[in-house]
Design a protein around this ligand. Structure first.
Ligand SMILES: Cc1cc2nc3c(=O)[nH]c(=O)nc-3n(C[C@H](O)[C@H](O)[C@H](O)COP(=O)(O)OP(=O)(O)OC[C@H]3O[C@@H](n4cnc5c(N)ncnc54)[C@H](O)[C@@H]3O)c2cc1C
Length: 451
């Protein structure tokens, strides 16, 4: 049994693993980059809805497994999907025992397990009255009660083999420090906050997309594990939603309202008025297409008044919607009674815009645009987290490029690949994935199986 462990990242996956490891009698140290109690990751500012591929956590395991495979069009590793499905309810119950409060967020079946209170988030602000924020702070308290040492303001940057395990180098305001342990768990939340890595793995211009997330996760874990010989999978895929481009200078416009539906139904055009002909089925798939374009910040969605009036009707979460919340929150859009006037307002060639709308109107699955006034919203793909990452087995052990476990190295949460993605966006859930794999890995680390 391994009795010492260093966890890199005090987010949901990391804290779950550290507490579970402590419950087995192990001693763990959590290195958390931010100074904030509760960390500064995505879990804290998330919507708090635990689901697996839009199914509630207490659905029968086989149904959850099938949903993961179907959602990812078979791209998810079946052994990871099995672990996620089999441990979903147990891990959720465990989280409740740690002090998390769940309450139904809305009428649909998958809305059953949402962290309460359900106050809407704004930008990356920490809001003490929100369930996700409170849960992360409770996990910190619970960890300390069990003897976990949490070093905040500690940003890990290097991993090296040591005689008795692994040495982690980290930076604090005071300088560079190291810590050694038999096992290391990487749970730093992905690489969405690193424009260079987004350009390398997702698309040359993906770094100019909007970061619909905490900026704390910059891929240190991925880089450290790749240097240690880890394999990786699905690095090109992201989860996200389309937002108003005004979100760049107005926090009220992210993470909500999402403009996915408007963009899927309306005519998406570039700065020159040319149609972006997408057949995406959902917002995540569309975001993946947009972040790979030459100019992710250069899109507008054109809609007619019927579509715009409809843009507030479907609101199962109770979160802000495009109409009327976008405008009420300070977002802008341009309206005109003719397409010609709209083109003039936007500085687009009239003929190009007219022909784009005509092509759009004949495309299947789109809303035909006909009724004035017409509206144009400047939009941008927002990246919430990267779906790909290092390869692990179903216990969270990091696998090398040949598929063999690297002794003493574990990973969980958004820095791990193989559980979501796929050609249609393949969103399986972020919180459930972080919780379940942290939950399972915490015990596996204590056993430190290397076979
Ligand atoms: C606005 C928003 C809404 C969301 N809503 C939902 C939702 O309703 N349901 C859902 O399932 N998912 C949701 N998600 C996604 C979900 O929050 C994430 O998938 C999940 O939190 C990932 O957990 P994690 O532990 O891997 O990473 P995180 O929770 O992001 O934690 C990572 C931690 O690592 C720390 N860290 C980073 N780098 C280092 C380093 N080098 N050294 C030390 N520490 C480091 C960070 O500061 C952070 O505390 C949402 C995300 C956002 C941004």
């Amino acid at each position: 049994m391994a009795d010492s462990c260093v966890v890199i990242g005090g987010g949901l996956a990391g804290m779950t693993a550290a507490i579970r490891f402590a419950e087995q009698g192990g001693r763990s140290i959590v290195l958390e980059r931010s100074d904030a109690e509760g960390g500064d990751g995505n879990a804290r500012i998330s919507g708090g809805l635990f689901h697996i591929a839009w199914r509630p956590m207490d659905e029968p395991a086989d149904a959850l497994f099938d949903a993961v495979i179907a959602t990812t069009d078979g791209e998810a590793d079946p052994s990871l999907a099995r672990t996620l499905a089999d441990n979903a309810l147990e891990a959720t119950t465990w989280l409740e025992k740690q002090g998390a409060e769940f309450a139904r967020k809305g009428p649909r079946p998958y809305m059953k397990f949402a962290l309460a209170p359900h106050t809407v988030g704004v930008g990356k602000r920490h809001i003490a009255e929100r369930g996700p924020d409170q849960t992360m702070c409770r996990l910190y308290e619970r960890a300390r009660d069990l003897g976990v040492e949490i070093r905040t303001g500690a940003s890990a940057s290097r991993l090296a083999p040591a005689p008795s395990g692994w040495e982690v180098t980290y930076h604090t305001v005071e300088g560079v420090e190291t810590v050694t342990a038999e096992t290391v768990m990487v749970a730093d939340g992905g690489f969405q906050g690193n424009q260079e890595l987004l350009a390398r793995y997702v698309g040359a211009n993906a770094g100019s997309a909007f970061l619909r997330a905490s900026d704390a996760s910059t891929g240190n874990g991925l880089s450290m594990l790749l240097d240690a010989g880890a394999g990786a999978t699905g690095l090109g895929r992201v989860y996200g939603h389309v937002l108003s481009r005004n979100a760049f200078d107005n926090d009220e416009l992210w993470p909500y309202p999402p403009l996915d539906k408007l963009c899927l139904m309306g005519a998406l055009v570039d700065r020159g008025g040319r149609l972006f002909p997408t057949a995406a089925e959902n917002g995540v798939q569309l975001v993946n297409e947009l972040v790979r374009t030459e100019d992710p910040r250069g899109f507008y969605v054109i809609c007619d008044d019927a579509l715009w009036q409809d843009a507030g009707t479907d609101n199962p979460y109770g979160t802000p919607v495009p109409n009327p919340d976008l405008q009420q929150r300070g977002g802008h859009f341009v309206s005109a009674h003719t397409l010609e006037d709209l083109a003039a307002e936007l500085g687009m060639p009239v003929e190009v815009l007219r022909s784009s709308v005509a092509s759009h109107n004949t495309a299947t699955g789109k809303a035909g645009l006909s009724g004035a006034p017409f509206h144009a919203l400047a939009v941008v793909p927002g990246i919430t987290f990267t779906q790909g990452g290092v390869r692990t087995d179903d216990s969270g052990r990091v696998l090398d490029t040949a598929g063999h476990p690297i002794p003493g190295l574990f990973a969980a949460g958004s820095c791990v690949g193989g559980i979501q993605g796929g050609p249609r966006g393949g969103y399986v859930g972020g919180l459930a994935v972080a919780l379940v794999f942290g939950y399972v890995a915490g015990v596996a680390m204590a056993e430190n199986k290397t076979a």
